[in-house]
Design a binder for this molecule. Structure first.
Ligand code: SAH
Length: 338
C-alpha cells in the first residue's frame, strides 16, 4: 500500500480520476494533511464516509515517529523511528533568515567517506519519499513553525536514491503542499556525476552543493572513495553543465581537516581549480567524530585558508558551527543510539 505522503498532487489526482473519484478530492485530502495538519482520515469531515473508507483501503497514512530530541540554543536534533524500526535523524537550525532543516535520504550510507560518522554504518536501505516528507511535517508540527529551507545533507547520499529524492522535492516545493521555494532547497552530493547531470535537467530551480573536500584527486581519493569512480575534472564538468543549464551558482563544500587538506597551498590549488566555474566555497569546520585520525583545523588555519581563497578572487563563506555539544554532525546521533 502506498503511503499518501509520498504521492505528488498530480499523481494523486490521476489516481482518483482513474479509480472513478473526483479529482477535487485530492485537494481536499492534501489540504487536511499539509494545511490543517490533521493526519487522521476519520476526521476528514468534508469527505463522505464511503470515500474515507476508500482512502483507508487504498493508502497508508502511517507516520514515522520522533523518538528523541536533543536541544541547544540555535539547533534541535531529532532522532526518528521509522515504521520498520530503522532510525534516522534530522537537524533543525535557527538562522537569522529562518528555520532550515537538514533531512536524511537513506538509512546509513555506502559512500564511505573516511571522516564521516554515517559511513561507519553501511546503507540498510533507501528512504521512501514519504519518510523524507514526514521529517519536515513532523518537525514543523513539533516546533509549531514553518520550515523555510531544506537541505538534503543528513544521513545518506541523495543521488544514490535519486528517484525518491526528486519526488520528494516536487512534493515539498508544491505551493499547495509544503510550499518550500525551490531556491530554498539544496541537495548535497559527494559527486555522482551522471546524477548531477540528470539533476541539471530537472525543471525545478533547486540548488546543488558538492562535497568536494579536496583540491586534487590525490587528496580526494585518500578521504573519499567516490573519487576513484569520478575524477574532480569530471565533477567540475558536470557542475559547469548544471550551472550553464540552470544559471545557478554551485556550493562547493570543503571540510577543513587538520594536516590533510587545509594548507594555503591547497587553498591556492582550489582557487585555480575553480577559475571560471560558477561556484563559491563553503568552508566547513570539521565536527570531530569517532574517526580519531581526523582533527578539525584550527581557527587560525581556517582563516589563512579563507584569506588565500579571497585573495585569489574566490567567493568563500565559513559555515556557522551548529550543535557541537549535541553531536549534530551528520550521523552522530544515530551512531550513538546504535
Ligand atoms: N552524501 C551527501 C550528503 C550528506 S553529507 C554528501 O556527501 O554531500 C553532508 C555534508 O556533511 C557533506 O559535505 C559531508 O562531507 C559533511 N560531513 C560529514 N561528516 C562531517 C563532519 N564530521 N563534520 C563536518 N561535516 C561533515
Amino acid at each position: 500500500m502506498e503511503n499518501i505522503f509520498g504521492i505528488t498532487r498530480k499523481n494523486l489526482e490521476q489516481d482518483f480520476v482513474s479509480l472513478g473519484y473526483k479529482k477535487f478530492m485530492a485537494s481536499q485530502v492534501l489540504d487536511w494533511l499539509y494545511k490543517k495538519r490533521n493526519y487522521d482520515v476519520n476526521m476528514f469531515s468534508n469527505i463522505k464516509n464511503e470515500n474515507r473508507e476508500f482512502l483507508k483501503k487504498q493508502y497508508s497514512f502511517d507516520l514515522i515517529r520522533i523518538e528523541k530530541v536533543e536541544e541547544d540554543t540555535d539547533v534541535k536534533k531529532f532522532l526518528f523511528r521509522l515504521i520498520d524500526g530503522q532510525k534516522i535523524e534530522a537537524v533543525l537550525m535557527y538562522h537569522d533568515y529562518g528555520l532550515s532543516l537538514c533531512v536524511s535520504s537513506q538509512v546509513g550510507c555506502n559512500m564511505g567517506c573516511k571522516f564521516c560518522e554515517s559511513g561507519r554504518l553501511k546503507k540498510v536501505r533507501n528512504l521512501e519519499t514519504y519518510e523524507m516528507v514526514q521529517q519536515i511535517l513532523l518537525i514543523s508540527d513539533y516546533v509549531k513553525s514553518r520550515i523555510d529551507s531544506v537541505v538534503v545533507m543528513g544521513i545518506g547520499e541523495p543521488f544514490d536514491n535519486y528517484d525518491n529524492v526528486i519526488n520528494f522535492l516536487s512534493i515539498i516545493n508544491d505551493d499547495k503542499l509544503l510550499a518550500i521555494g525551490a531556491r530554498h532547497i539544496t541537495v548535497s552530493t559527494c559527486g555522482l556525476v551522471p546524477k548531477i547531470r540528470e539533476y541539471a535537467d530537472f525543471p525545478l530551480q533547486v540548488n546543488l552543493a558538492i562535497s568536494l573536500h579536496a583540491p586534487n584527486d590525490e587528496i580526494r581519493k585518500k578521504i573519499m572513495p567516490i573519487a576513484n569512480a569520478y575524477s574532480i575534472k569530471e565533477v567540475i564538468n558536470a557542475v559547469n553543465y548544471y550551472s550553464n543549464k540552470t544559471n545557478r551558482r554551485v556550493a562547493m563544500e570543503y571540510i577543513l581537516l587538520d594536516g590533510i587538506n587545509d594548507s594555503v597551498q591547497c587553498a591556492n590549488e582550489l582557487a585555480d581549480l575553480l577559475k571560471g566555474v560558477n561556484a563559491y566555497v563553503n568552508l566547513i569546520p570539521y565536527n570531530e567524530t569517532s574517526h580519531i585520525e581526523y582533527k578539525a583545523s584550527s581557527e587560525k588555519q581556517i582563516k589563512a585558508f579563507y584569506d588565500a581563497l579571497k585573495q585569489r578572487g574566490v567567493d568563500a563563506t565559513t559555515r556557522k558551527r551548529f550543535g557541537n555539544k549535541i553531536s549534530a554532525a551528520c550521523g552522530q546521533l544515530r551512531s550513538k543510539e546504535l
